[in-house]
Design a protein around this ligand. Structure first.
Ligand code: 2RA
Length: 340
Protein backbone atom coordinates (compact mmCIF):
# COMPACT_ATOMS: atom_id res chain seq x y z
CA UNK A 1 0.00 0.00 0.00
CA UNK A 2 1.56 3.24 -1.17
CA UNK A 3 0.66 6.84 -1.90
CA UNK A 4 -1.16 8.64 -4.67
CA UNK A 5 1.25 11.47 -5.48
CA UNK A 6 1.10 14.35 -7.94
CA UNK A 7 4.06 16.33 -9.27
CA UNK A 8 2.92 19.81 -10.26
CA UNK A 9 5.21 21.55 -12.75
CA UNK A 10 6.53 18.20 -13.96
CA UNK A 11 8.18 19.60 -17.10
CA UNK A 12 10.46 22.13 -15.33
CA UNK A 13 14.01 21.46 -14.07
CA UNK A 14 12.85 20.86 -10.48
CA UNK A 15 9.71 18.91 -11.42
CA UNK A 16 11.71 16.50 -13.56
CA UNK A 17 14.24 16.05 -10.71
CA UNK A 18 11.36 15.33 -8.31
CA UNK A 19 10.21 12.50 -10.57
CA UNK A 20 13.79 11.19 -10.91
CA UNK A 21 14.34 11.24 -7.16
CA UNK A 22 10.97 9.65 -6.30
CA UNK A 23 12.00 6.77 -8.56
CA UNK A 24 15.63 6.61 -7.39
CA UNK A 25 14.57 6.46 -3.73
CA UNK A 26 11.77 4.00 -4.52
CA UNK A 27 9.18 6.19 -2.84
CA UNK A 28 6.12 3.97 -2.16
CA UNK A 29 3.88 5.06 -5.04
CA UNK A 30 0.48 3.50 -5.73
CA UNK A 31 -0.30 6.06 -8.41
CA UNK A 32 1.61 9.07 -9.78
CA UNK A 33 0.49 11.88 -12.05
CA UNK A 34 2.55 14.55 -13.80
CA UNK A 35 0.69 17.86 -13.96
CA UNK A 36 1.56 20.93 -15.98
CA UNK A 37 0.04 23.99 -17.59
CA UNK A 38 -1.98 23.66 -20.79
CA UNK A 39 1.00 24.74 -22.92
CA UNK A 40 2.95 21.69 -21.72
CA UNK A 41 -0.02 19.31 -22.04
CA UNK A 42 0.96 15.92 -23.40
CA UNK A 43 4.67 16.39 -22.80
CA UNK A 44 6.25 13.09 -21.82
CA UNK A 45 8.42 13.01 -18.69
CA UNK A 46 10.46 10.16 -17.22
CA UNK A 47 9.55 8.42 -14.00
CA UNK A 48 12.18 5.74 -13.40
CA UNK A 49 12.03 3.38 -16.38
CA UNK A 50 8.50 4.50 -17.27
CA UNK A 51 7.17 7.56 -19.05
CA UNK A 52 4.34 9.79 -17.87
CA UNK A 53 2.29 12.01 -20.13
CA UNK A 54 1.58 15.34 -18.45
CA UNK A 55 -2.02 16.16 -17.65
CA UNK A 56 -3.78 19.50 -17.31
CA UNK A 57 -3.26 21.03 -13.88
CA UNK A 58 -6.21 23.37 -14.34
CA UNK A 59 -8.68 20.52 -14.84
CA UNK A 60 -7.19 18.16 -12.24
CA UNK A 61 -9.22 17.05 -9.17
CA UNK A 62 -6.89 16.40 -6.20
CA UNK A 63 -9.61 14.59 -4.22
CA UNK A 64 -8.31 11.21 -3.03
CA UNK A 65 -4.66 12.09 -3.70
CA UNK A 66 -2.27 11.92 -0.72
CA UNK A 67 0.45 14.45 -1.62
CA UNK A 68 1.24 17.01 -4.29
CA UNK A 69 4.83 18.16 -4.83
CA UNK A 70 4.58 21.68 -6.28
CA UNK A 71 7.43 22.95 -8.49
CA UNK A 72 5.83 25.97 -10.12
CA UNK A 73 6.10 29.72 -9.56
CA UNK A 74 4.33 31.55 -6.78
CA UNK A 75 1.47 32.73 -9.03
CA UNK A 76 0.50 29.18 -10.11
CA UNK A 77 1.05 27.93 -6.57
CA UNK A 78 -1.31 30.63 -5.28
CA UNK A 79 -3.96 29.45 -7.75
CA UNK A 80 -3.69 25.67 -7.32
CA UNK A 81 -2.11 24.82 -3.94
CA UNK A 82 -5.17 25.90 -1.90
CA UNK A 83 -7.37 23.83 -4.24
CA UNK A 84 -5.24 20.74 -3.66
CA UNK A 85 -5.05 21.36 0.10
CA UNK A 86 -8.82 21.85 0.36
CA UNK A 87 -9.31 18.52 -1.42
CA UNK A 88 -7.36 16.82 1.37
CA UNK A 89 -4.11 16.46 -0.59
CA UNK A 90 -1.05 17.61 1.41
CA UNK A 91 0.90 20.20 -0.60
CA UNK A 92 4.72 20.27 -0.42
CA UNK A 93 5.55 23.56 -2.11
CA UNK A 94 8.92 24.59 -3.55
CA UNK A 95 7.93 28.19 -4.28
CA UNK A 96 8.61 31.00 -1.80
CA UNK A 97 4.87 31.74 -1.40
CA UNK A 98 4.24 30.04 1.96
CA UNK A 99 7.75 29.85 3.48
CA UNK A 100 7.30 32.81 5.82
CA UNK A 101 3.70 32.05 6.89
CA UNK A 102 3.79 31.36 10.65
CA UNK A 103 1.03 28.75 10.20
CA UNK A 104 2.97 26.79 7.59
CA UNK A 105 6.06 24.70 8.46
CA UNK A 106 9.29 25.28 6.53
CA UNK A 107 11.19 22.00 6.70
CA UNK A 108 14.65 20.57 6.06
CA UNK A 109 14.25 17.00 7.34
CA UNK A 110 17.82 16.76 8.66
CA UNK A 111 17.28 19.94 10.69
CA UNK A 112 13.69 20.34 11.93
CA UNK A 113 11.80 17.08 11.26
CA UNK A 114 9.58 17.71 14.28
CA UNK A 115 7.89 20.50 12.32
CA UNK A 116 6.21 17.89 10.11
CA UNK A 117 3.30 17.80 12.54
CA UNK A 118 2.60 21.53 12.08
CA UNK A 119 1.07 21.37 8.60
CA UNK A 120 -2.49 20.47 9.59
CA UNK A 121 -3.77 24.06 9.77
CA UNK A 122 -3.50 24.61 6.04
CA UNK A 123 -2.45 21.19 4.68
CA UNK A 124 0.62 22.87 3.19
CA UNK A 125 4.36 22.35 3.89
CA UNK A 126 6.97 24.75 2.49
CA UNK A 127 10.31 23.76 0.98
CA UNK A 128 13.16 26.25 1.61
CA UNK A 129 15.16 28.23 -0.91
CA UNK A 130 17.99 26.18 -2.43
CA UNK A 131 20.75 28.38 -0.98
CA UNK A 132 19.24 28.04 2.50
CA UNK A 133 18.70 24.27 2.44
CA UNK A 134 22.33 23.25 1.97
CA UNK A 135 23.57 25.79 4.52
CA UNK A 136 21.24 24.84 7.38
CA UNK A 137 22.15 21.15 6.98
CA UNK A 138 25.69 22.21 7.96
CA UNK A 139 24.68 24.77 10.60
CA UNK A 140 22.37 22.50 12.61
CA UNK A 141 24.94 20.02 14.06
CA UNK A 142 27.36 22.83 14.88
CA UNK A 143 24.56 24.88 16.48
CA UNK A 144 23.54 21.91 18.64
CA UNK A 145 27.12 21.55 19.87
CA UNK A 146 28.26 25.16 20.33
CA UNK A 147 25.26 27.46 19.72
CA UNK A 148 25.83 29.59 16.63
CA UNK A 149 25.30 33.30 17.22
CA UNK A 150 26.29 34.77 13.83
CA UNK A 151 26.67 33.57 10.22
CA UNK A 152 28.27 35.47 7.34
CA UNK A 153 27.69 33.69 4.03
CA UNK A 154 28.71 34.43 0.46
CA UNK A 155 27.06 32.28 -2.18
CA UNK A 156 28.20 31.28 -5.68
CA UNK A 157 24.94 30.18 -7.27
CA UNK A 158 24.61 28.30 -10.56
CA UNK A 159 22.38 29.48 -13.37
CA UNK A 160 20.05 26.47 -13.12
CA UNK A 161 18.61 28.27 -10.10
CA UNK A 162 17.10 30.71 -12.61
CA UNK A 163 15.61 28.03 -14.85
CA UNK A 164 16.08 26.56 -18.31
CA UNK A 165 16.40 29.92 -20.14
CA UNK A 166 19.37 30.87 -17.94
CA UNK A 167 21.12 27.59 -18.72
CA UNK A 168 20.63 28.29 -22.43
CA UNK A 169 21.87 31.87 -21.99
CA UNK A 170 25.12 30.79 -20.30
CA UNK A 171 25.70 28.17 -22.99
CA UNK A 172 24.98 30.48 -25.92
CA UNK A 173 26.83 33.47 -24.44
CA UNK A 174 29.89 31.27 -23.79
CA UNK A 175 29.83 29.92 -27.36
CA UNK A 176 29.31 33.45 -28.65
CA UNK A 177 32.53 34.59 -27.01
CA UNK A 178 34.48 32.27 -29.31
CA UNK A 179 32.52 32.67 -32.55
CA UNK A 180 32.84 36.18 -34.04
CA UNK A 181 29.46 37.70 -34.80
CA UNK A 182 27.66 35.20 -32.57
CA UNK A 183 27.62 37.38 -29.43
CA UNK A 184 24.56 36.80 -27.22
CA UNK A 185 23.29 39.86 -25.32
CA UNK A 186 22.21 39.48 -21.69
CA UNK A 187 18.46 38.83 -21.40
CA UNK A 188 17.79 36.63 -18.34
CA UNK A 189 20.36 38.56 -16.30
CA UNK A 190 21.05 42.31 -16.28
CA UNK A 191 24.69 41.72 -17.21
CA UNK A 192 26.77 39.12 -19.08
CA UNK A 193 27.03 35.87 -17.14
CA UNK A 194 29.60 34.07 -19.29
CA UNK A 195 33.07 34.50 -17.75
CA UNK A 196 31.53 36.91 -15.26
CA UNK A 197 29.83 36.98 -11.83
CA UNK A 198 26.70 38.96 -10.91
CA UNK A 199 26.15 40.09 -7.26
CA UNK A 200 22.37 40.19 -7.69
CA UNK A 201 19.79 37.41 -7.29
CA UNK A 202 16.06 38.19 -7.16
CA UNK A 203 14.97 41.82 -6.54
CA UNK A 204 16.64 44.62 -4.56
CA UNK A 205 15.00 45.58 -1.24
CA UNK A 206 15.01 48.99 0.48
CA UNK A 207 17.73 47.74 2.83
CA UNK A 208 20.10 47.26 -0.12
CA UNK A 209 19.98 43.47 0.32
CA UNK A 210 18.48 41.40 -2.47
CA UNK A 211 15.41 39.22 -1.78
CA UNK A 212 17.63 36.13 -2.10
CA UNK A 213 19.82 37.44 0.72
CA UNK A 214 16.75 38.27 2.81
CA UNK A 215 15.42 34.72 2.24
CA UNK A 216 18.62 33.16 3.63
CA UNK A 217 18.28 35.26 6.78
CA UNK A 218 14.54 34.70 7.33
CA UNK A 219 14.59 30.99 6.49
CA UNK A 220 17.63 30.16 8.61
CA UNK A 221 15.92 31.78 11.57
CA UNK A 222 12.68 29.86 10.96
CA UNK A 223 14.31 26.48 10.35
CA UNK A 224 17.22 26.50 12.83
CA UNK A 225 16.90 29.22 15.50
CA UNK A 226 15.50 32.78 15.42
CA UNK A 227 18.37 33.96 17.62
CA UNK A 228 21.02 33.34 14.94
CA UNK A 229 22.14 36.56 13.22
CA UNK A 230 22.75 36.01 9.49
CA UNK A 231 24.13 38.26 6.77
CA UNK A 232 24.38 37.06 3.17
CA UNK A 233 25.77 38.13 -0.19
CA UNK A 234 24.30 36.06 -3.01
CA UNK A 235 26.18 35.94 -6.31
CA UNK A 236 25.34 34.33 -9.66
CA UNK A 237 28.28 32.53 -11.26
CA UNK A 238 28.83 30.88 -14.68
CA UNK A 239 28.18 27.33 -13.46
CA UNK A 240 25.32 25.21 -14.83
CA UNK A 241 24.36 23.20 -11.70
CA UNK A 242 25.60 23.27 -8.12
CA UNK A 243 25.54 26.09 -5.56
CA UNK A 244 28.66 26.82 -3.53
CA UNK A 245 28.82 28.83 -0.30
CA UNK A 246 31.59 30.30 1.81
CA UNK A 247 30.22 30.17 5.36
CA UNK A 248 31.73 32.00 8.33
CA UNK A 249 30.31 30.98 11.72
CA UNK A 250 30.66 32.55 15.17
CA UNK A 251 29.61 30.38 18.12
CA UNK A 252 28.86 30.97 21.81
CA UNK A 253 31.27 28.21 22.86
CA UNK A 254 34.68 27.58 21.33
CA UNK A 255 34.57 24.79 18.71
CA UNK A 256 37.87 23.33 17.58
CA UNK A 257 38.15 22.75 13.80
CA UNK A 258 38.91 19.05 14.29
CA UNK A 259 35.87 18.57 16.52
CA UNK A 260 33.76 20.52 14.00
CA UNK A 261 34.98 18.22 11.23
CA UNK A 262 34.11 15.12 13.29
CA UNK A 263 30.64 16.52 14.09
CA UNK A 264 29.97 17.26 10.41
CA UNK A 265 31.25 13.82 9.38
CA UNK A 266 28.58 12.24 11.61
CA UNK A 267 25.78 14.64 10.64
CA UNK A 268 22.87 13.48 8.42
CA UNK A 269 22.98 14.50 4.76
CA UNK A 270 26.62 15.64 4.88
CA UNK A 271 29.74 14.33 3.17
CA UNK A 272 33.00 15.92 4.40
CA UNK A 273 35.77 16.15 1.80
CA UNK A 274 38.44 18.16 3.56
CA UNK A 275 42.13 17.63 2.91
CA UNK A 276 44.65 20.49 2.97
CA UNK A 277 46.13 19.53 -0.40
CA UNK A 278 45.55 20.11 -4.14
CA UNK A 279 42.00 18.99 -4.92
CA UNK A 280 41.22 18.20 -1.26
CA UNK A 281 37.83 19.93 -1.49
CA UNK A 282 34.59 19.69 -3.45
CA UNK A 283 33.69 21.88 -6.44
CA UNK A 284 30.21 22.29 -8.01
CA UNK A 285 30.85 20.06 -11.02
CA UNK A 286 31.49 17.15 -8.63
CA UNK A 287 28.21 17.53 -6.69
CA UNK A 288 25.81 17.29 -9.67
CA UNK A 289 23.33 14.42 -9.31
CA UNK A 290 24.39 13.68 -5.73
CA UNK A 291 22.09 13.84 -2.70
CA UNK A 292 24.77 15.05 -0.29
CA UNK A 293 25.69 18.45 1.02
CA UNK A 294 29.48 18.50 0.72
CA UNK A 295 31.62 20.35 3.27
CA UNK A 296 35.27 21.29 2.71
CA UNK A 297 37.86 23.86 3.92
CA UNK A 298 36.88 23.53 7.60
CA UNK A 299 39.18 25.78 9.61
CA UNK A 300 39.34 28.14 12.55
CA UNK A 301 38.58 31.83 12.02
CA UNK A 302 41.17 33.33 14.38
CA UNK A 303 39.99 36.90 13.84
CA UNK A 304 37.18 36.34 16.38
CA UNK A 305 36.98 34.49 19.70
CA UNK A 306 34.95 31.46 18.50
CA UNK A 307 35.02 31.44 14.71
CA UNK A 308 34.94 28.78 11.98
CA UNK A 309 35.09 28.93 8.19
CA UNK A 310 33.77 26.27 5.85
CA UNK A 311 32.97 25.66 2.18
CA UNK A 312 29.57 24.13 1.34
CA UNK A 313 28.57 22.69 -2.05
CA UNK A 314 25.39 20.93 -3.14
CA UNK A 315 23.28 20.20 -6.22
CA UNK A 316 20.76 23.06 -6.06
CA UNK A 317 18.18 21.09 -8.07
CA UNK A 318 18.44 18.19 -5.62
CA UNK A 319 19.09 19.09 -1.96
CA UNK A 320 18.26 22.66 -2.87
CA UNK A 321 14.82 21.75 -4.18
CA UNK A 322 13.62 18.36 -5.44
CA UNK A 323 15.42 16.09 -2.96
CA UNK A 324 14.38 18.14 0.05
CA UNK A 325 10.76 18.04 -1.15
CA UNK A 326 10.88 14.26 -1.60
CA UNK A 327 12.50 13.89 1.84
CA UNK A 328 9.59 15.89 3.29
CA UNK A 329 7.19 13.51 1.51
CA UNK A 330 9.07 10.53 3.01
CA UNK A 331 8.93 12.13 6.46
CA UNK A 332 5.20 12.88 6.08
CA UNK A 333 4.52 9.31 5.06
CA UNK A 334 6.68 7.78 7.79
CA UNK A 335 5.55 10.01 10.66
CA UNK A 336 1.98 11.00 9.79
CA UNK A 337 0.16 9.30 6.92
CA UNK A 338 1.83 5.92 7.59
CA UNK A 339 0.81 4.17 4.42
CA UNK A 340 3.33 2.29 2.30
C1 2RA B 1 18.23 30.93 -7.48
N1 2RA B 1 17.63 30.39 -5.18
O1 2RA B 1 19.26 30.29 -7.30
C2 2RA B 1 17.15 30.97 -6.41
C3 2RA B 1 15.89 30.29 -6.89
N2 2RA B 1 16.09 28.92 -7.19
O2 2RA B 1 17.99 31.56 -8.54
Amino acid sequence: MGYKIAVVGATGNVGREMLNILAERQFPVDEIVALASRRSLGTEVSFGDTTLTTKDLDAFDFTGWDMALFAVGSEATKQYAPKAAAAGCVVIDNSSLYRYDPDIPLIVPEVNPQAIHDYKNKNIIANPNCSTAQMVVALKPLHDRARIKRVVVSTYQSVSGSGKDAIDELWNQTKGMYVPGQEVAPSVYPKQIAFNVIPHIDVFMDSGDTKEEWKMVAETKKIVDPSIRVTATCVRVPVFVGHSESVNIETEEFLDEDEARDILREAPGILVVDKREDGGYVTPVECVGDFATFISRIRQDVTVENGLNLWCVSDNLRKGAALNAVQIAELLGREVLKKG
